[in-house]
Write a protein that binds this ligand. Structure first.
Ligand code: BGC
Length: 342
């Protein structure tokens, strides 16, 4: 087990961005303090080598430029807020509309665009880096100073834990996730449509043309959205019009629940996902189209899949959804574990 820190690059602001390389057992994960980002996930290939199964950029310039949120920490509010506004305590908060009329992934300068403070440590659970920052009152229109941290820990069994904490000094809304895109064959190896997915989610949220949930959850049974039994992501994708939907976990109790399993048939690689959050956005990389990737590769439509654990999209405007409100004195604490099996 080890952690190595390297220079990643210099930002226009003069700030330095670093990389943190965590090794545990046969797994190697790279993180950056720029955006508290997951940069690579190397898994054994069974022939003494390793493959990176995470889509991303090879340079800091890739991450500071326009990219589809590769591996970043998304906040203050992940996913969409309809009409780019919400009300809290009788006051309306307008937000930046960066996705048509809607607000997406925290707006113009979301959590992914800042250099976070980083502290690394090596404990019994494995090498770990904790990123933290203060999101100021009014940042991107959100009320309250919010202290937020994200701790990544890599276990030698291939379990990558991402643990979030947030606290505020005024009533606000919060929804944090990681926007990792995976391709278990190898990043840049083509579409993920042959990956087999199962989700312990018997309901999902149908959406309107702007991808805002229309209302109450609907049963997946008998539809293209049904992954309660394993099937390839590609099998019914044409019928679904590409997956970019929020699924609700079939929870029996609070705490970490393993809800997803993905198998890649060519390599035999597998991953599971567990979370303490109530929902997950299944995104099948529908909008990837000639996006510059690592080592000069280009990512095309369906070149990666995301399982973004989170609260429900547009929950600031949907009182019947699990609450995204955070009050002074409360601790927002959630954890997601991606576990990789070679
Ligand atoms: C959204 C997609 C979006 C992607 C990249 C996902 O979380 O649901 O609609 O294109 O992020 O921004």
């Amino acid at each position: 087990m080890s952690i190595e820190k390297k220079h990643f690059g210099l930002l226009e602001s003069g700030e330095d961005a670093s990389l943190f390389i965590l090794c545990a057992g046969e797994f190697r994960v790279t993180l950056s303090d720029y955006g508290a980002t997951l940069v690579s996930v190397f898994m054994p290939d069974g022939r003494g080598g390793r493959d990176d199964v995470l889509l991303g950029c090879s340079t800091l310039g890739g991450y500071t430029g326009k990219h589809p949120y590769f591996g970043v920490t998304v906040g203050r509010f992940a996913n969409r807020i309809g009409g780019s506004r919400f009300s809290l305590g009788g006051k309306e908060y307008p937000l930046f509309a960066n996705d048509g009329a809607n607000h997406l992934h925290g707006g113009l300068k979301g959590f992914n665009t800042f250099v976070w403070k980083a502290e690394s440590s090596e404990g019994t659970a494995g090498p770990s880096v904790r990123f933290s920052r203060r999101s100021l009152d009014g940042e991107e229109g959100y009320p309250g100073n919010m202290d937020v941290s994200v701790r990544y820990t890599l276990g030698k069994d291939g379990a990558l834990s991402i643990a979030y904490e947030a606290q505020t000094d005024a009533e606000t809304v919060v929804n944090l996730t990681n926007h990792a895109y995976f391709n278990l064959r190898r990043e840049g190896s083509g579409p993920i449509l042959g990956h087999e997915l199962s989700l312990a989610c018997s309901r999902y949220l149908p959406v309107d043309g702007g991808l805002i949930p229309k209302g109450e959850p609907v049963a997946v049974a008998g539809s293209a959205f049904d992954f309660t039994k394993p099937k390839t992501i590609g099998r019914d994708i044409a019928v679904a019009g590409g997956y970019d939907h929020c699924y609700i976990l079939d929870r029996k109790a609070p705490g970490l629940m393993e809800f997803a399993e993905v198998k890649e048939p060519v390599t035999g690689r597998r991953m599971t996902v567990a979370t303490s959050l109530p929902a997950v956005q299944l995104y099948s990389g529908n909008f990837l189209s000639g996006v510059a990737g690592k080592r000069g590769s280009s990512y095309e439509k369906h070149g990666g899949f995301c399982l973004e654990t989170q609260l429900f999209p547009d929950s600031p405007n949907k009182p019947s959804y699990p609450s995204c409100r955070l009050l002074p004195g409360q601790l927002w604490a959630h954890e997601t574990v991606y576990r990789f099996f070679a």
